[in-house]
Design a protein around this ligand. Structure first.
Ligand SMILES: [Mg+2]
Length: 247
């Protein structure tokens, strides 16, 4: 008999999903929105967007401002983050049309939701506002408790986001969540490193630009070519021939 996670808090698993190139792809809409909003805040056209993969939005905004010779003050960074959220709000239809949910993502969320010990949320470099727009636009919110997650405007450092999410989950679920109870699913070495540094488990999905080797080198304990394979990994027999519990 499976113990009730409410009376066995050590059984709780907090699964934190990266969003871009793990659950969805905007297929260039995100970059286009940056092109649109950057001049309205800075008075300059966007000529270079800082590297985006696996980084937090605050990091991207900071470096993009510097690349344009603009001092990244708190005020300018906040203004760009707000304009970005407004840009996404204005582009919801375009996002829904041009972007897509990655294969297996919807089924993987639903499959994990059948496990009573699993609580799912996001750990993303996106700001809270943009993350919510993306999740809502693609109808992925049913099994995600977004109040447990951590976002790119919570902290610049991704590893710190894992601790923030764990603290939120501890408060919200009323049970202390140990780092070993956290699983990060993402597509970049930064996702894997953040998990490893925070003492969490990392599953790498090679639906972004990084290979299984890249993700393993950064600390992934498992890698998969797509989320189509996640339920199979979860239900795969262990060495003892029994199904894995929510891993
Ligand atoms: Mg990603």
């Amino acid at each position: 008999m499976v113990p009730d996670p409410r009376t066995h808090p050590e059984r709780i698993r907090l699964v934190l999903w990266d969003i871009d190139h793990t659950l969805i792809e905007t297929r260039g809409v995100g970059r286009d929105i940056y092109q649109r909003i950057f001049p309205t805040v800075t008075g300059q056209p966007l000529h270079t967007l800082a590297a985006v993969h696996g980084r937090t939005e605050l990091d991207i905004i900071h470096d993009t401002l510097q690349l344009h010779g603009i001092t990244p003050t708190d005020e300018t960074m906040r203004a760009l983050a707000t304009a970005l959220a407004d840009g996404y709000t204005a582009a919801i239809d375009e996002l829904a049309t041009r972007g897509r949910v990655l294969p297996g993502a919807r089924a993987a969320l639903a499959d994990l939701a059948t496990e009573p010990s699993v609580h799912q949320s996001v750990l993303t470099g996106n700001t809270t506002a943009v993350a919510k727009i993306k999740i809502k636009t693609f109808g992925l919110g049913e099994h995600l408790d977004l109040l447990l997650g951590a976002y790119g405007d919570d902290h610049q450092d991704r590893a710190t986001l894992v601790t923030i999410a764990r603290t939120r989950a501890t408060n919200r679920l009323g049970a202390t969540i140990d780092p070993t109870q956290v699983v990060i699913i993402g597509d970049t070495p930064n996702d894997m490193r953040a998990a490893t540094m925070a003492g969490a488990r990392a599953i790498g999905i090679t639906t972004g630009r990084y290979s299984a080797g890249d993700l393993r080198a950064a600390g992934a304990t498992s890698t998969l070519p797509s989320l189509v394979d996640l339920p199979r990994l979860r239900h795969a027999p262990t060495d003892r021939g029994t199904p894995r519990q929510s891993r």
